[in-house]
Design a protein around this ligand. Structure first.
Ligand code: C5P
Length: 328
C-alpha cells in the first residue's frame, strides 16, 4: 500500500517538476533583466550541490538520524569501494554534458518544441536497453518508435504561421543550434539512463548512496565545465552573478529532478516515467501557449505532438515485461 502511494506520489511530482523546470528555465533564459544574465554552467554546479546535500539527508534519515551510521555508510560504500564509485563517473560526466545542453536548447527553442523533440530519448533509451541490457521489444513497441519519429519530424516542420520577421531571425540559426543540442541530449539521456539502471540492478546499494556517488562526479565535472566555459566571467563577477529568485527556483527544480527520477526508478518504472513526461508535455504546451504566449502552434505541430504522445502510450501498451522494465 505504502509503496503504491509512493509510486503515484513520485510520478505526480515528476509531472510537476518536469513542467515547471522547462517553463521556468525558458522564462529565466529569455527574461530581459538588468545586469548580467546568470551563468548556466554555474546553475548546473549549484543544482548538483543541492542534490548531494538532499541525498545525504535522505541517507541520514534511512539510518534513524544517526551521525555515526551515516559516517560509516558513506565511508564503507563510497571511500572503501573506489571501483564501484568510479563506475558512476561515466553516467555522471554524460549527465553533466546533458544538463548544460539543456540550457543551450532552451535558450534557442520554445518550451513546447524542445520538450516534444526531447521525447526522442524514448527511442534512444529503447535502443540502448536492447543493446546493453539485452532487452526485447514487442511489435507495438517498435511500431510506437516509428510513430514517435514521425511525430517529432512533424513538430520540426517549418510552419507558415511562424514566419514573422522576428521569429524568422530567431528560427534561422537558433533553431538549428537548439535542435542539435536536443538531439545530442537524447543520445546522452538514453545511454546514461540505461547505464545507471544497469548499475542499480547489479547491486543492492541504496539508490540515494548511488545518487551521492553520481552527484560527486557531477560536481567535479560541472566545476571544470564552469571554469572552462565561463572562467573569465566567474573571476570578474563571481559564480553567482545574475542570480535572482527565478534562477534559484530553476536550480532547486533541477536538483529536485535528480531526486524524483531516482525515486521513480525505485518505486515505479521507466515506462511510467514516459507517461509522466508525456503528460507534462501537454501541460507545458498549454501553459507556453496561454500564459507565456511565446508559442504559436500550427496544426502540423499539434498533429506531431499528438503522435508523440500516442507513441508513448503505445510503447507502454505492451511494454510491461515482468522482470526488466526499461528507462523509457
Ligand atoms: O531527461 P533525462 O531523464 O535523461 O534526465 C535525467 C536528469 O536527471 C538529468 O538531469 C540527471 O542529471 C538527473 N539524474 C539524477 N540522478 C539520477 C538520474 C538522473 O540527478 N539518479
Amino acid at each position: 500500500m505504502a509503496s503504491a502511494r509512493l509510486k503515484y506520489l513520485s510520478l505526480g511530482v515528476l509531472v510537476f517538476q518536469t513542467t515547471s523546470l522547462v517553463l521556468t528555465m525558458r522564462y529565466s533564459r529569455t527574461l530581459q533583466a538588468e545586469g548580467p544574465r546568470y551563468l548556466a554552467s554555474s546553475a548546473v554546479v549549484v543544482a548538483e550541490v543541492m542534490k548531494i546535500l538532499a541525498c545525504v539527508l535522505l541517507v541520514f534519515k534511512e539510518h534513524s538520524y544517526s551521525i555515526r551510521a551515516l559516517n560509516s555508510i558513506l565511508r564503507q560504500e563510497i571511500l572503501h569501494k573506489p571501483i564501484e564509485t568510479l563506475k558512476l563517473a561515466i553516467p555522471s560526466g554524460i549527465y553533466t554534458l546533458q544538463n548544460n545542453l539543456l540550457y543551450v536548447a532552451l535558450s534557442n527553442l520554445d518550451a513546447a518544441t524542445y520538450q516534444v523533440t526531447y521525447q526522442l530519448k524514448i527511442l534512444t533509451t529503447a535502443l540502448f536497453s536492447v543493446s546493453m541490457l539485452g532487452r526485447r521489444l514487442g511489435v507495438y513497441q517498435w511500431l510506437s518508435l516509428l510513430v514517435l519519429m514521425a511525430g517529432v519530424a512533424l513538430v520540426q516542420w517549418p510552419s507558415e504561421s511562424a514566419a514573422t520577421p522576428e521569429k524568422e531571425a530567431r528560427s534561422a540559426g537558433s533553431q538549428f543550434v537548439g535542435v542539435t543540442a536536443v538531439l545530442v541530449a537524447c543520445c546522452s539521456s538514453g545511454f546514461a539512463g540505461v547505464y545507471f539502471e544497469k548499475i542499480l540492478k547489479e547491486s543492492k546499494q541504496s539508490v540515494w548512496v548511488r545518487n551521492i556517488q553520481l552527484g560527486m562526479f557531477g560536481l567535479v565535472f560541472g566545476l571544470f565545465g564552469m571554469l572552462a566555459y565561463d572562467g573569465e566571467r566567474v573571476r570578474e563577477s563571481g559564480m553567482f552573478q545574475g542570480y535572482n529568485t527565478i534562477t534559484w527556483t530553476v536550480v532547486a527544480l533541477q536538483a529536485l529532478g535528480g531526486l524524483v527520477i531516482a525515486a521513480v526508478i525505485k518505486y515505479a518504472d521507466n515506462i511510467l516515467k514516459g507517461f509522466a513526461t508525456s503528460l507534462s508535455i501537454i501541460l507545458s504546451t498549454l501553459i507556453s501557449y496561454f500564459l507565456l504566449q511565446d508559442f504559436d502552434p500550427s496544426s502540423v505541430f499539434f498533429l506531431g505532438a499528438v503522435l508523440v504522445i500516442a507513441a508513448t502510450f503505445l510503447y507502454g501498451y505492451e511494454g510491461k515485461p515482468p522482470a526488466n522494465p526499461s528507462r523509457a
